[in-house]
Design a binder for this molecule. Structure first.
Ligand SMILES: *Cc1c(COP(=O)(O)O)cnc(C)c1O
Length: 342
């Protein structure tokens, strides 16, 4: 049995492994007592202005929240009632069925088509009150094909397009169809390396933003978090860009190394790689004992058991590959031993 090391390399949550925007850290160094004793701005106006500038939309089309989780959940609360349907292509972000449950909605998971495209017809046939789409999708990492315009054009409910990983697919700016019922969500938790601040946002029509705003209420974002986020957006766009480039290079190297080792990773446009692997949960436990945390999934539609590995700098990827080889080797040894026992 190997001791669990003190310093675990955490490749389980897709947060940034490439550091923190320096302008955001300066804000914390310069903090004063009022930043703790006074309320923040009720609707994070400075942050909305900065985000509006990044994406080239009016501030009235931006809503912020305590992580994009919060924006998504507020949107669901604003648009759906108990008993209504929340449809999504499966597998996807694990919080979505939970949000449906919290709202006493009916979750309607529809498997992706075999080629990874949106199951457009089946999603539309579900007549959802809220349709959740994620691109690049978590945990598969792919950008689904299929007719997004048709998904938007049909039905009367809210469509959420979760772009938490879009920067890693080469989209620093939101490019989404103009549609009155579409909410595009993003986060500073991934490409901007600020998961600890809990800053998420959405861009939509003014009508959708207004409706979410009434559910959201004031003060979702702390003073220092807002100021640090604004500093990162205004001063560290280059930092984020460079970090994304490093993550993309690390992703390509990780995928190539996994393939060279005989694995079959999914092609990814995000900052993680999904690796179908029988017995993934046991492998993840062994990897953790070796100092590397990854996320295990059991019985994913279309993939079965799988590991999701966040991409990080080369030394972390080397450690992950070594732990994976040792953990799967140990598993193979255990199977061989069991066979020998018989
Ligand atoms: C990480 C993630 C988020 C972002 O969560 P935050 O609440 O903004 O930290 C949103 N959607 C998906 C699919 C994610 O993987």
């Amino acid at each position: 049995m190997i001791e669990r090391p003190n310093a675990v390399i955490d490749l389980g949550d897709n947060t940034s492994r490439f550091g923190t925007p320096p302008a955001a850290l300066r804000v914390f160094a310069d903090a004063g007592p009022g930043d703790a004793s006074e309320y923040p701005a009720p609707d994070a106006g400075a942050l909305r202005a900065a985000l509006a500038e990044v994406h080239g939309v009016p501030p009235a089309r931006v809503v912020t929240g305590c992580g994009s989780d919060d924006v998504i959940e507020c949107a669901i609360r604003a648009f759906a009632r108990e008993g209504e349907r929340l449809a999504f292509a499966a597998p996807t972000f694990s919080m979505i069925p939970e949000f449906a449950r919290n709202q006493r909605m009916e979750a309607v998971p529809v498997p992706f088509l075999p080629d990874g495209a949106w199951p457009v017809d089946t999603l539309l046939a579900a007549r959802p009150h809220v349709l959740y789409l994620c691109a690049p999708n978590n945990p598969t990492g792919h950008v689904p094909g299929g007719d997004l315009e048709r998904l938007l054009a049909c039905g009367a409910g809210l469509v959420i397009l979760d772009q938490a990983y879009a920067e890693f697919a080469g989209r620093m700016r939101i490019e989404a169809p103009e549609h009155p019922r579409l909410l595009v969500t993003r986060t500073l938790s991934k490409a901007y390396g600020l998961a600890g601040l809990r800053i998420g946002y959405g861009v939509a029509s003014e009508a959708v933003i207004g409706r979410i705003g009434r559910v959201r209420g004031p003060y979702r974002i702390g003073r220092l978090a807002e100021r640090a986020a604004v500093a990162a957006l205004r001063e560290d766009h280059g930092w984020a860009h460079a970090h994304v480039a490093l993550a993309r290079a690390a992703r390509a190297a990780l995928s190539a190394a996994l393939e060279a080792a005989g694995f079959r990773p999914h092609a990814s446009e995000a900052n993680f790689v999904l690796l179908p692997l029988a017995g993934a949960a046991a492998v993840a436990r062994r990897m953790l004992a070796l100092g590397v945390r990854v996320r295990a999934f059991t019985g994913l539609p279309g993939s079965g058991d799988a590991l999701r590995i966040t991409v990080g700098p080369p030394p972390e990827m080397d450690a992950a590959l070594r732990a994976l080889a040792a953990a799967t080797g140990e598993a193979a040894d255990a199977v061989a031993l069991r066979r020998a026992d018989r």
